[in-house]
Structures are given as structure tokens and as C-alpha cells.
Write a protein that binds this ligand. Structure first.
Ligand code: ATP
Ligand code: MG
Length: 256
């Protein structure tokens, strides 16, 4: 399922943010994601990944610093444009699903954008097919399994064809076949993609670049396989996943 328009660049300059009464979660963060890039954002639990994402379409407002999506600064007067261009898939799908059926949730964004009813219906069908939601369109979102909810939340965002798609833990609660399918779908998006995932292998399969958020800043960024091989860096940031190698080795030698 491609997006009609291609991706927009994301530029973040000196971004600082603190929740009320808390220490700073983001501390002078600088980051640039080129148009059309697919970048994985890794970081330990509590590092500030979701907090950063919520700044991209102005849900959270920075204490200082600037965020630019394409040519547009994220600020009060540009929020309508920004929210059309930037689609956020929240970590918790319950924050994204409000209607009485999955179909109505998918239709909500396109209707708000003023699409014709036939375009809206076509988009519901296309998005449902892409995310294997065909049999669930009439269901109440609260009656879905966790993995189904994740896919429904993703559908509500992709239906609007945003030019920047930011996904917060999209692989959570998906089975291996659905993870493989989602990796393919992410590859097919012609948008800029920012992917937050603690599932490092699927992130590696999706992204050409990985960035690591640590202590409120981007601590490292580079070609995905270089970052994923740097065990010392991953270990310092609480992200070393190389112990899985032992599992793979045992799997390869088991019974043989
Ligand atoms: N609504 C909130 N009010 C106060 N503090 C918050 C709030 N949301 C997050 N925090 C704090 O801000 C910091 C960053 O949280 P954030 O949710 O961005 O982390 P994360 O990297 O997304 O973690 P995870 O991988 O567990 O989802 C944490 O210390 C967290 O406790
Ligand atoms: Mg998070």
C-alpha cells in the first residue's frame, strides 16, 4: 500500500522537553531524517522515544527547540497541515481507536480530510486488505485481540496516506507471519518512516538506518547493520540483543 505523495524530511533542532515536575526527557536533541528514509529509533525503556514521537505532530509542545516537517515548522498555527502530513501510530492502540467499528475508525481520517464517500469506502477496503483486517471491519475495536488492535490502529493512520509515518512499537503482539507481512508493508510505503521498536531484528529488517536515543539525545546513528553489530554501543544503551545468537546456534545444531 503506497502513499501517493513521497516522503518529507524531518528536522529537529535543539529539542528540550520535560513532563511537569520531572527531569528533562529530551535534552537538546538534534536529528535529521531525510525525505523517504526508513529509520529505526532504538532506545532503552524510558529513554524518551514515545515522547519524541509525540512532538512530531504537536501533541506535546517543546520547552525549546524547533521541529520542521518539510518546509513547515511545527507550531500552533500549522497544526492542521502538520497533522495531515504526519501520521503517528501510538504505542497504545486504545489511544487511537474511538468509534463503534473498525471501519468507522479507518474512515474517520479520510472523511476529515474531505474525501468523497466512494474514496473513503475504497480506502477502507484497500487498507483492510493490506493489514488483514477484512473480517474485522464491523467489529467494535474493544472486542479485538491486542495484535488486531495494533493493526487497526495502524490502518487508521495509513488510510490517510501521510508523508511521514511514525510507528511506536508496531510489532508488539504480532505473530511472526504478521511481523513478516508488516515488514513488507513498511518497505512498500512511499513516505518517510520513523520506526520505534524494541524488537530489534524486525527493525533491522525494515530500516536502512538505525539511531539510538540515550539520555535525551541521539547518541549514535548509522547504517543499520553497523549499528546493530556494535555490541559495545548497544550494551552501553541497554540494547544488546546478541544473546539471541546462542538461541540460533542451538536451533541450528538441534537434532543434527
Ligand atoms: N505522561 C507522563 N508524565 C510524566 N512522565 C512521563 C509521562 N510519560 C512518560 N514519562 C516519563 O518520561 C520518560 C520517557 O518516557 P517515554 O514514554 O518517552 O519512554 P520510551 O522510550 O517510549 O519507553 P518505552 O520503550 O518503555 O515505551 C520516562 O522517564 C517516563 O517515566
Ligand atoms: Mg514508548
Amino acid at each position: 500500500m503506497g502513499s501517493e505523495a513521497c516522503g518529507l524530511p524531518v528536522e529537529i533542532e535543539n529539542l528540550t522537553f520535560a513532563y511537569p515536575g520531572q527531569p528533562e526527557a529530551l535534552r537538546g536533541l538534534d536529528w535529521r531524517v531525510p525525505a523517504g528514509a526508513r529509520v529505526g529509533l532504538l532506545g532503552a525503556s524510558g529513554a524518551g522515544k514515545s515522547t519524541l514521537l509525540l512532538h512530531l505532530n504537536g501533541i506535546l509542545r517543546q520547552k525549546s527547540g524547533k521541529i520542521r516537517i518539510g518546509e513547515t515548522l511545527v507550531e500552533e498555527r500549522t497544526l492542521a497541515t502538520i497533522r495531515r502530513d504526519v501520521g503517528l501510530v501510538f504505542q497504545n492502540p486504545d489511544d487511537q481507536l474511538f468509534h463503534l467499528s473498525v471501519a468507522e475508525d479507518i474512515a474517520f481520517g479520510p472523511r476529515n480530510l474531505g474525501w468523497s464517500e466512494s474514496q473513503v469506502q475504497q480506502t477502507i477496503q484497500e487498507t483492510a486488505t493490506a493489514l488483514r483486517l477484512e473480517g474485522l471491519l464491523d467489529k467494535h475495536p474493544q472486542q479485538l485481540s491486542s495484535g488486531e488492535k495494533k493493526r487497526a490502529a495502524l490502518a487508521t493512520v495509513l488510510a490517510m496516506r501521510p508523508r511521514v509515518v511514525a510507528l511506536d512499537e508496531p510489532f508488539a503482539n504480532l505473530d511472526p507471519a504478521l511481523i513478516e507481512q508488516l515488514i513488507g508493508l513498511i518497505h512498500g510505503l512511499s513516505a518517510t518512516v520513523i520506526l520505534i521498536s524494541q524488537s530489534i531484528l524486525p527493525a533491522l529488517a525494515c530500516c536502512s538506518t538505525l539511531a539510538i536515543l540515550d539520555q535525551g539525545r541521539i547518541a549514535a546513528e548509522g547504517p543499520a547493520y553497523e549499528i546493530a553489530r556494535d555490541r559495545a554501543l548497544l550494551g552501553r544503551c541497554g540494547l544488546d540483543f546478541h544473546y539471541y545468537r546462542d538461541v540460533w546456534r542451538r536451533l541450528e545444531t538441534a537434532g543434527g
